[in-house]
Design a protein around this ligand. Structure first.
Ligand code: ATP
Length: 907
């Protein structure tokens, strides 16, 4: 299972400052050439990565402890050699002393280890090389050696001395550069922004929060280092997540530096453009990218074509893929995994709801459980004729006639099939169920009805469908599998689309991490729905093979291969990086290949620095291959670092900022931050508008239009309070989880006082408005949180799966909540309000206002927090108030407590 095969590492002092790596042949790496040692976790094991000048080696197949130990041993071995060099090669130590004193005198600049290294690297001799080595660890230095060095060396050997120097430097610099920061990028920077501009350790991570001015800080940092002449403009690289972000950053930097954009010498790029540029630079022509790379829909189309050709040429694949679509469209998650029974019931009912990808309903049947659905879909797939819950009259011993409704009745052979909720030991989680099952068995037996049963235990042990098939085959029931065309016509397009998206993500991970089928199958065994996971593992493995073949045959590469090629060119030294300061925006969305490119650039150019800015609360691209742990475990990836915070938000008022922050931090895995707003809390600026759903789904589009009319009117009437220019309008963002909710058909209406735009939660990232309207904040597969996105299959390929339920959906909702400065409107299906609304109410209490679309206050249920108290009438005509979420919430007022449930039921 180890992709890179066996390896052996020899750390032997007799090798005179070299380590020997045997991996096929022997290679001796000089300790002086090694620039970094890091550990990372792949799917099943940990890896130690050794980066040396011109090469990178990965030692994989280690346990977590073993990788830590090996990294520590390597680190110690290299340092022992460095100390030997410093202790024995003393000729140039006085020169080093002079350089150190020169650089520290007059507190002219922030001093990172790299700056000291850069200063003394020009001194000849190995002692200076050892002292400027990036892995030099003063804590390991023998006390005797430390004491023998000149006083100035304390900057190198005593972290406290350098720290104290830098603290004093930052304080002085804040004073000195006050006028500079007072007017930067059109605003006065906060203290935290200023400090982030000044700090320049070897590795820097700025942990921000929504609306905290990350872009202003990046602009400020570039302006500051250029003002100080610490770098030339062409030594600075800024990496943005997408083209529009790169364009905006470029414009703002050029404006700040007062140069034409075309004359800007700092590079502001996307990863895509950077990778392409590196390859073009070395090879003299741009990389030959697959034709789907530049089109968002192109990749899905390519995957679709690969699937189609596999279906035509490989019967095994066709069988697996169809089973996946029809029988295993969604995971069967056991009840124990859900927080409450109500959650589980909702989950099951969502998956069974008519018209939602249920082959079962196409077969004319609405079933009661997910396992029954699996059976129905299997029967449909094999064209087996059956009746669901057909009524059968059975006479008991005493002559009374009972009517039974067996789950399945096979008309061709008059066979009855019951699917019992029984455990492997014959017990059942449902009271009296065992007796009930037994009485059914006996009744069929008495009436000599041909009968067989399946059980929940078989579903868990993956033998349900094989048992069903064997029982039917024994009775010579004919099977005829539906054609691929029939299947794709019957399966809802969203199911296919969902699989395409999942497959696309998995292909990236499988190729980037060289995952094998065995590894995927091993992971599949750890998921809840193992049968589905194993099936999917085989399917995605075959598609990945087809995908790689297609690239090879056409001599093309995809985006990740392009980045990997660029990394190779950097690591082997064929590309010489000009960048000494690399700034990375939206670092929370970084993927492994992109992180590798940053590391390669950083390691190649000696003494270069990385400044990454991001907000782990806004990491929303796990589907596109991002790995949040590169951010949360920054030091393990990049080495010792300074980590700063931006905790002041300039956007949301304090109520929204604080509520959203507490909401997202309910996931303990998110980094803890305190968020303060520069805008005071606007009371009740979070509003919930429940919409009734009398005829099927509530009409969110109509509700949205009514609300916009109302806002336009209301804001127009107080225009004097906010209008600063005659034509000014307030900005309203209408946001939705899925594009099918777009109430404007792509063209938002225009109003006198408000400027409306609409887009998905994902696309709203980075945008801001005065008010936001969030549509369909309801429970459901396509609701908030979206259940469909949280497919456990993603955990087959993600190195460190998240354990907190709907972690990414929570962050996405946080992004949506934090776009507004003045107010957020949450429009919800009154029958299925999102659990997230309840959480906001728990956090903000009375500050969340329930109202009608016209703006009249509604009375929120104090018990469940998501329902409203509505007037109800008893049979005797007396009136009481009860929660409209009955029976999920039984709260009522105005009736004696003991009889309230009873009255509700009648009401
Ligand atoms: N020092 C400052 N003083 C006043 N306003 C500021 C300051 N810094 C940033 N802002 C403003 O705060 C708002 C948010 O800034 P920006 O868009 O850079 O934040 P962000 O951290 O990138 O937000 P998000 O991550 O939510 O997209 C902008 O309107 C910006 O002009």
């Amino acid at each position: 299972m180890f992709p890179s095969g066996k390896w052996k590492l020899t750390l032997d002092p007799k090798l005179s400052g070299r380590i020997r790596l045997s991996q096929g042949g022997d290679v001796d790496l000089s300790c002086l050439d090694i620039v970094s040692i890091s550990t990372s976790k792949a799917l099943l094991w940990h890896t130690v990565e050794i980066r040396a000048r011109g090469r990178t080696d990965n030692l994989s197949g280690l346990s977590g402890d073993a990788s830590e130990q090996l990294a520590a041993d390597l680190h110690a071995f290299i340092n022992t050699h460095l100390f030997d060099l410093i202790g024995t090669e003393t000729d140039h130590l006085l020169d080093v002393d002079a350089r150190l004193r020169e650089i520290t005198e007059g507190n002219r600049q922030y001093l990172a280890q790299a700056d000291l290294g850069r200063a003394i690297a020009s001194v000849p001799g190995s002692a200076a090389a050892a002292l400027s080595h990036p892995l030099l660890d003063p804590q390991l230095m023998p006390a005797g050696l430390k004491a023998s060095l000149p006083v100035s060396f304390a900057m190198l050997t005593d972290p406290c001395v350098r720290h104290a120097y830098n603290e004093a430097f930052v304080a002085a610099e804040l004073r000195k550069f006050q006028p500079f920061f007072d007017d930067l990028d059109g605003r006065s920077l906060s203290d935290q922004q200023r400090e982030a501009c000044i700090r320049l350790e070897d590795n820097n991570l700025l942990v921000a929060s929504a609306g905290s001015g990350k872009s202003a800080t990046m602009v400020g940092k570039v302006a500051y280092v250029l003002e100080k002449q610490l770098y030339r403009p062409d030594e600075i690289l800024l990496l943005a997540f997408n083209k529009s972000a790169a364009d905006e950053l470029r414009t703002r930097i050029a404006r700040q530096l007062q140069v034409e954009e075309s004359a800007l010498k700092c590079r502001v790029e996307t990863f895509h453009a950077l990778g392409r540029g590196i390859i073009e630079d070395v090879e003299g022509r741009p990389p030959q990218l697959a034709n789907w790379v530049d089109h968002p829909a192109g990749e899905a189309r390519a995957i679709e074509e690969i699937i189609r050709s596999l279906v035509e040429t490989d019967p095994e694949f066709a069988r697996l893929w169809c089973d996946l679509l029809v029988v295993h469209a969604k995971a069967d998650i056991p009840a124990e995994v859900f927080d409450t029974e109500a959650d589980y019931r909702r989950y099951v009912s969502d998956r069974l709801r008519k018209g939602e990808a249920t082959i079962g309903s196409l077969a004319g049947v609405i079933v009661k459980s997910l396992q029954e659905k699996k059976i129905v879909n299997w029967l449909w797939l094999h064209s087996v004729a059956f009746d669901y819950e057909r009524q059968i009259a059975v006479e008991d011993d005493d002559g009374t006639v009972r009517h039974l409704h067996p789950d399945f009745y096979y008309t061709l052979t008059d066979t009855v099939h019951e699917h019992f909720a029984l455990n492997a030991d014959g017990t059942s989680p449902i009271a009296d169920y065992v007796q009930h099952a037994e009485s059914k068995r006996q009744a069929y037996h008495r009436k000599e009805i041909d009968f067989f049963e399946t059980t929940s235990a078989q579903a868990s042990s993956e033998t349900l469908l094989s048992t069903l098939e064997a029982e039917l085959a024994r009775r010579a029931v004919p099977f005829e599998r539906k054609s691929y065309a029939e299947i794709t016509k019957a399966v809802e397009p969203v199911v296919i689309k969902h699989y395409h998206k999942l497959i696309s993500t998995c292909i990236k991970h499988i190729r980037a991490s060289h995952l094998t089928l065995d590894m995927l199958l091993e992971r599949a065994g750890t998921l809840h729905d193992k049968e589905r996971a194993k099936l999917y593992a085989r399917v995605v493995w075959m598609i990945t093979r087809g995908y790689s073949q297609r690239l090879e045959e056409t001599n093309r590469i995809d985006f990740d291969s392009m980045i990997a090629d660029a990394v190779r060119l950097v690591e082997t030294g064929r590309y010489q990086s000009p960048y000494s300061l690399i700034l990375v925006d939206e670092f929370q969305d970084i993927s492994e290949p992109r992180a590798n490119l940053i590391k390669a650039l950083k390691q190649q150019k000696a003494f270069s620095k990385v400044f990454a800015v991001g907000d782990d609360w806004q990491s929303i691209y796990r589907f596109a291959g991002s790995d949040i742990t590169i951010f949360t475990q920054f030091e393990a990836n990049f080495g010792a670092s300074w980590q700063g915070r931006l905790e002041q938000t300039y956007r949301c008022n304090q109520l929204i900022a604080e509520t959203a922050a507490r909401f997202v931090q309910r996931n303990p895995e998110q980094i803890a931050k305190s968020v303060r707003s520069t805008r005071p809390a606007i009371p009740r600026s979070i509003r919930v508008i429940p919409i009734d759903d009398e005829r099927g789904r509530p009409d969110f589009a109509q509700a949205c239009h009514c609300l916009l009319e109302r806002l336009d009117h209301a804001l127009g009437s107080i225009a004097a309070q906010w209008r600063n220019e005659p034509d000014a309008k307030l900005k309203i963002l209408v946001l939705w989880r899925y594009n099918l909710l777009d109430p404007f058909g792509g063209i938002p209406p225009s109003f006198a006082n408000i400027e409306v735009s609409g887009l998905s939660f994902h696309r709203a990232k980075g945008l801001e408005a005065d008010y936001t309207v969030l549509l369909d904040v309801s429970e459901g597969d396509y609701g908030v949180p979206s259940r469909i996105e949280d497919d456990e299959l993603l955990n087959l390929v993600i190195p460190r799966p998240e354990t907190f339920a709907y972690a990414e959906e929570r962050r996405l909702f946080y992004v949506a909540l934090t776009r507004a400065s003045r107010g957020v409107y949450l429009i919800t299906n009154s029958r299925q309000p999102s659990r997230y609304i309840r959480e906001l109410c728990e956090i903000a209490g009375e500050e969340v206002r329930y109202e009608t679309i016209e703006g009249s206050a509604l009375r929120q249920c104090p018990a469940c927090l998501v329902g409203q108290m509505v007037g109800k009438r008893n049979r005797d005509g007396t009136v009481f108030h009860g929660c409209n979420q009955f029976p999920d919430c039984r709260h009522s007022e105005g009736v004696p407590a003991q009889s309230s449930a009873h009255l509700h039921r009648r009401a």
